[in-house]
Design a binder for this molecule. Structure first.
Ligand SMILES: *Cc1c(COP(=O)(O)O)cnc(C)c1O
Length: 231
């Protein structure tokens, strides 16, 4: 039942994202955001062909890990406290929310302890909403210089969380600015930094994000259905 729902929604999303990319960009990959959903609602994603899931809380990842760990590739997409990095180092395959030196240092330290190189995205705050995490766009270059030699960290691109607004013109400007920063950094070909992924767009604004060249969109409610947020 859920599998059929997920399959239909994923197909519709893929079609819409491909149309929105208008042949200018490759359509973005869908990250299924499964936060707040219990494992039994997440497992049917497998049969729908969805492998990458996004979670935003360390504790939730740890709790769901026994059920999901072997079956999905988990991306951490939420704010991360440095002292919790150690709990997820062997559980996630990408950390999308790296936004400050102390966090990068701790990921590097823990990754080296585990003998891995953790793929990360640098989280940018295009609208200056610090409470959502992310650094101002102008801080990205100096930050990359700081982290590019860390052996436990593999920078793969940028991530952004957009403001919650219906103002399409405003959002378009922010998405376009992110794509421009991404392309500039890619052209600069900074040693030790790969600019391959641009993670932006959620259920409400993923088509706009696709139009502006997102390579990953993070889709929660439009795929998983709404949930009551009780915490
Ligand atoms: C929850 C969340 C999403 C998905 O939000 P929806 O609007 O439900 O698609 C995407 N990105 C981040 C960082 C989130 O926390």
């Amino acid at each position: 039942m859920l599998t059929q729902q997920y399959t239909a929604r994923l197909a519709a999303l893929r079609d819409a994202l491909a149309a929105a990319s208008e042949g200018r960009y490759s359509p973005p990959e869908i990250i299924a955001v499964t936060k707040t959903h219990p494992a039994e609602e997440i497992l049917p994603l497998m049969a729908a062909g969805q492998v990458i899931i996004g979670e935003n809380r360390v504790q939730e990842i740890v709790e769901k890990w026994p059920d999901l760990g072997e079956k999905f590739q988990i991306h951490l997409i939420g704010r991360l406290q440095s002292n919790k990095v150690k709990y997820i180092m062997d559980k996630v395959c990408m950390i999308q929310s790296v936004d400050r030196p102390a966090l990068a240092l701790e990921i590097d330290r823990q990754a080296c302890r585990h003998g891995v190189r953790m793929p990360v995205l640098i989280q940018v705050s295009p609208a200056g909403e610090e409470q959502k995490g992310g650094m101002p766009p102008e801080m990205v270059r100096p930050f990359l210089q700081e982290v590019r030699r860390m052996p436990g960290l593999a920078v793969r691109g940028l991530m952004a969380v957009m403001p919650n607004t219906q103002d399409e013109a405003y959002l378009s400007g922010l998405f376009a600015g992110m794509r421009q920063l991404f392309e500039q950094l890619r052209e600069e070909a900074i040693d030790g930094v790969a600019m391959e992924e641009l993670s932006m767009g959620m259920s409400g604004d993923c088509l706009l994000a696709a139009r502006h060249g997102a390579t990953m969109v993070r889709i929660g409610s439009a795929l998983m259905g709404a949930r009551n947020y009780t915490r």
